[in-house]
Design a protein around this ligand. Structure first.
Ligand code: DCM
Ligand code: DCM
Ligand code: DCM
Ligand code: ZN
Ligand code: ZN
Length: 273
């Protein structure tokens, strides 16, 4: 996701995190405001291209070598790069490091910032797809402007959905959207799904948990992202009919990511207590 998506996921998670999770992470991240998760949500993207952060650049996605729309599917052994890692192995690594009481607090804080970011990214369908580098190589139009398909899913659709974020700080608009989605989760259109959403969460097996989330998002590549394959979409305008099908998928994926992030952090903090 772009910044707006990550910040929205973080605000949803802070709406659902338990009081002890909130206190623990506010202390670890040295921020006692309601923005303690939102404030670190995009940090992992900001270090991707720095000298120190280069080793993390493949941690944001898993390149499923499937064949949309003919078949979708993610396979850990096939798709997670053995030498460089992927979003699934990264979630395992940084969850383990959050739980490692022998690590200094600043290392556990770095681990927490990665977990907040990567639980967001694993819910972006094109972050679980190999075709054209997750859609980065597919030029399209969105409301008359030129983008690649990946950017449309990271940013353009979400921003249109909320009526534009503009050049203002994304935090205010993200908070407003997160509070709307929080209502839908609590007693709206998602209320009957939340038990299902947490079914695969197992702190004793972060790889299986992350694979379940990745597989669920990747299925949308066949149904919604590339329903007629990558060639049919190249150069096409995606701002109207395509947008109408994609927006509900992005909304539910952001809601799931925020709700699952809160649950995952709760499991971690409970284990530490
Ligand atoms: N990694 C690391 N130390 C660095 C840079 C990268 O450990 N200075 C990465 C490599 C692996 C992951 O962290 O993906 C786990 O590393 P290790 O096997 O050292 O625990
Ligand atoms: N690191 C990581 N994952 C690991 C081990 C290390 O991401 N499993 C990263 C985070 C640390 C940096 O490498 O800040 C240096 O760690 P170390 O001093 O253990 O090499
Ligand atoms: N990306 C992806 N899958 C890939 C390569 C990149 O999901 N195989 C994502 C990471 C960024 C965006 O696409 O969100 C742009 O990546 P880059 O800056 O590496 O071009
Ligand atoms: Zn992306
Ligand atoms: Zn990312």
């Amino acid at each position: 996701w772009g910044g707006f998506g990550h910040i929205s996921v973080a605000y949803i998670a802070s709406n659902f995190a338990s009081p002890s999770t909130t206190t623990y992470l506010q202390t670890l991240l040295r921020n006692d405001t309601g923005d303690y998760l939102a404030g670190v949500a995009t940090w992992a993207d900001s270090i991707r291209y720095t000298k120190w952060g280069r080793f993390t650049s493949d941690f944001h996605f898993i390149d499923a070598k499937d064949d949309p729309p003919r078949y979708c599917g993610v396979d850990f052994d096939r798709d997670c790069k053995k030498d460089r890692g992927c979003v699934v192995s990264a979630l395992h690594n940084y969850t383990t490091r959050m739980l490692d009481a022998d690590l200094p607090a600043y290392e556990r804080a770095i681990a927490a910032k990665f977990v907040v970011h990567f639980i967001g990214d694993i819910h972006q369908p094109l972050h679980t797809e190999n075709v054209e580098r997750g859609g980065n190589g597919i030029p399209v139009l969105f409301d008359g402007k030129h983008f690649n398909l990946h950017h449309v899913w990271d940013t353009s659709i979400v921003e249109k959905l909320v009526g534009g974020v503009g050049r203002r700080s994304p935090y205010e608009a993200a908070k407003r959207w997160a509070d709307e989605l929080t209502k839908e989760i609590n007693d709206g259109k998602y209320a009957s799904d939340t038990i299902d959403w947490l079914r695969s969460a197992n702190l004793s097996d972060p790889i299986s948990t992350a694979m379940a989330w990745a597989t669920e998002g990747n299925a949308y590549v066949c149904t919604t992202v590339l329903p007629e394959g990558p060639h049919a979409i190249r150069g096409q305008e995606l701002g109207s009919k395509y947008y109408e099908a994609a927006a509900p998928v992005i909304e539910v994926q952001v809601a799931r990511a925020g709700y699952r992030l809160a649950a995952w952090l709760d499991l971690i903090v409970t284990r530490l207590e």
